[in-house]
Design a protein around this ligand. Structure first.
Ligand code: FES
Ligand code: FES
Length: 156
C-alpha cells in the first residue's frame, strides 16, 4: 500500500506493507537512520520520535497509523544548521558517549521540556525512565536536561 507521511515538515510518499513498523519505514524507506532500533519491543527507547509533538517509541507504531500526523525525528530538530538547544546541551555537558541511545533520549527530552519546562529531578528521571543508556550513568544526562531547560527558558 502507498501512504503519505509528513516527516520533519516534508511530505513523503512511501510504499509499505500494512504491518510495517514506523522505525523501519523511517530507517529503511526514508533513510532517516538517526532513530535506532535497539530492542524492537518498546523497552529501550532508542527509537523514540515525536508524533504530533508527543514522544513515542516508533518500534511500537504501525507506519500506516502515522498518516496525517506530524512526525519529527532527530534529523528534524536542527534549524538552519543550528542544533536544537537540547542537542547542544547534550554536547556541552558531554552527555553522549557511544551515542546509540542519544537520539531517542534527546527526542524524549524535547517532549518532556515542551510539556513541562521546569521539571523536578524526579520528573526528569520519571520522564526518561524508558530510555536506557549503558554508558553515561545518567548524571551527565541530568545535567544536560538542566542545561537545556536554562537555555530554553532564556530564549522564551
Ligand atoms: S527499539 Fe523501540 S523501544 Fe527499543
Ligand atoms: S551513550 Fe552509549 S548507550 Fe547511551
Amino acid at each position: 500500500m502507498n501512504i503519505t507521511l509528513q516527516v520533519n515538515g516534508v511530505e513523503h510518499q512511501v510504499g509499505i506493507d500494512p504491518g510495517d513498523l514506523l522505525i523501519d519505514t523511517l530507517r529503511e524507506n526514508l533513510n532517516l537512520t538517526g532513530s535506532k532500533k535497539g530492542c524492537a519491543t518498546g523497552d529501550c527507547g532508542a527509537c523514540t520520535i515525536l508524533l504530533d509533538d508527543t514522544p513515542v517509541t516508533s518500534c511500537l507504531v504501525l507506519s500506516a497509523t502515522a498518516v496525517g500526523k506530524e512526525i519529527t525525528t532527530i534529523e528534524g530538530l536542527a534549524t538552519n544548521g543550528d542544533l536544537h538547544p537540547v542537542q547542544q546541551a547534550y554536547v556541552d555537558f558531554s552527555a553522549v558517549q557511544c551515542g546509540y541511545c542519544t537520539p531517542g533520549i534527546i527526542m524524549m527530552t524535547v517532549g518532556l521540556l515542551d510539556e513541562n519546562p521546569h521539571p523536578s529531578d524526579h520528573e526528569i528521571r520519571e520522564g526518561l525512565a524508558g530510555n536506557l543508556c549503558r554508558c553515561t550513568g545518567y548524571s551527565k544526562i541530568m545535567l544536560a536536561v538542566r542545561g537545556a531547560e536554562m537555555t530554553m527558558s532564556e530564549d522564551s
